[in-house]
Design a protein around this ligand. Structure first.
Ligand code: PLP
Length: 420
């Protein structure tokens, strides 16, 4: 691998080699990251990158599409099967552009979206003040009723929906550890005549692997997602439509030519390979193990009296208020854990008393460590190591010992090359 880069471009080769070493010798707990199979990487690095395929299968603007049509059609068919829906657009370049295209497909400028409060787990692309999309559409919010149980305040959601008459009610998050009651969303949406959209970027792999509920089963209209988080595919996005051809057509037009130019066919091929993997029984096992590992970590935090937002987890991630429980702010926790070879990110907690740049919490999750084959025993030990590290954050010798233990775990569970 990398023979040609090595010969031709020493600087980039060295950086890739360094990153490869970093990924293999440390534990990745960032809940939005994962390790893809060699097959996904081969498709991603394939000669399909050379081809322009503006348009959709059978309706392209350039010639020479006999193979790109095969690739994209297979990706679409597998996506539909995986998520139990009738339409799929697999051209979105990533999660953020998928959401932008979805907004423009379903709304006119000035229309309103009702989404999860950004401090309660919602994503930047759900209308953060610093995003461009916030200048085009109007965003109103719902929240958790109680950050210590994680339950959404559905009465408030309904009240805000009745008051603001949103065009879209958006379910989905990147820092929330409980399942949503999708049926409540569809019920309220029906009452106010809104579309229901689930942004399942974080949990797509759990849904595909039948370890989490599929919002389509509760009548959601549209799902947007990334393909590179729990779904374990290439960096990319996707938009699914349950049954309305009218919505699906609007979405296709909003992706191309509305927002994007030529699709990245190498990535579309890698998505198809990833969906093929996700359709196997082995992937369902993987998705189930992600949850078991998160539960094992949750048990340690409970035992050690570390406050978890939502009171714990029902998915792949945990948000811990390390400032409240251990006296270590999130930013410092991120740095200290990095020193022992555990990568995760600082995160704001609900109604954050500190600042965005130096918040109270950390967010971590099990998708990547589960890909390495680690199970509850390792998850338990990792959670213990994290707490020990934070409790002894200034003890250099202790941290060195823990770093060695983490390295040994990584050697015992190397990143696998294939999953099927
Ligand atoms: C990660 C994420 C996105 C954005 O995906 P990118 O690929 O980084 O653009 C959008 N929505 C949610 C909920 C996410 O977690």
């Amino acid at each position: 691998m990398y023979d040609y880069i090595k010969k031709q471009d020493e600087e980039i080769f060295k950086a890739i080699e360094g990153e490869e070493e970093r990924q293999s010798s440390g534990i990745e707990l960032i809940p939005s990251e994962n390790y893809v199979s060699r097959a996904v990487r081969e498709a991603n690095g394939s000669i399909l990158t050379n081809k322009y395929s503006e348009g959709y299968p059978g309706k392209r603007y350039y010639g020479g599409q006999e193979f790109t049509d095969v690739v994209e059609t297979i990706a679409i068919e597998r996506a539909k099967k995986l998520f139990n829906c009738q339409f799929a657009n697999v051209q979105s370049l990533s999660g953020a552009p998928a959401n932008v295209a979805m907004y423009f497909a379903l709304m006119e400028p000035g229309d309103t979206v009702l989404g999860m409060d950004l401090g309660h787990g919602g994503h930047l692309t759900h209308g953060h003040p610093t995003t461009s999309i916030n200048k085009v559409f109007n965003f109103v919010r719902y929240k958790m009723k109680d950050p210590d149980t994680g339950e959404i305040d559905y009465d408030e959601l309904r009240r805000v929906a009745l008051e603001h008459k949103p065009k879209i009610i958006l379910a989905g998050f990147s820092a929330y550890s409980r399942e949503l009651d999708y049926a409540k969303f569809t019920e309220i949406a029906k009452e106010v005549g809104a579309y229901t959209v689930a942004d399942m970027a974080h949990i797509a792999g759990l849904i595909a692997g039948k370890a989490a509920r599929n919002p389509f089963d509760d009548g959601f209209d549209v799902i947007t997602t990334t393909t590179h988080k729990t779904l374990r595919g290439p960096r990319g996005g996707m938009i699914l439509t349950r049954e309305s051809e009218e919505i699906a057509t609007k979405i296709n037009k909003a992706v191309f030519p509305g927002l994007q130019g030529g699709p990245h066919m190498n990535v579309v091929a890698a998505k198809a390979v990833c969906f093929g993997e996700a359709l196997t029984p082995a992937f369902q096992e993987y998705a189930g193990q992600i949850l078991k590992n998160a539960k094992a970590m949750e048990a340690v935090l409970h035992r050690e009296n570390v406050r978890m937002l939502g009171g714990g987890t029902s998915n792949h991630l945990i948000l811990a208020d390390v400032f409240d429980s251990l006296g270590v702010p999130g930013k410092e926790a991120e740095t200290v854990l990095d020193e022992v070879g555990i990568t995760l990110n600082k995160n704001m907690i609900a109604d954050e008393p500190r600042t965005a740049m130096d918040p109270s919490g950390i967010r971590f999750g099990t998708p990547a460590m589960t890909t390495r084959g680690m199970k509850e025993t390792e998850a338990t030990r990792l959670a213990e190591i994290m707490i020990e590290t934070l409790r002894h954050k200034d003890d250099v010798a202790k941290k060195q010992t823990l770093r060695e233990e983490v390295r040994a775990m990584c050697e015992k569970f190397p990143i696998p090359e294939s999953f099927v």
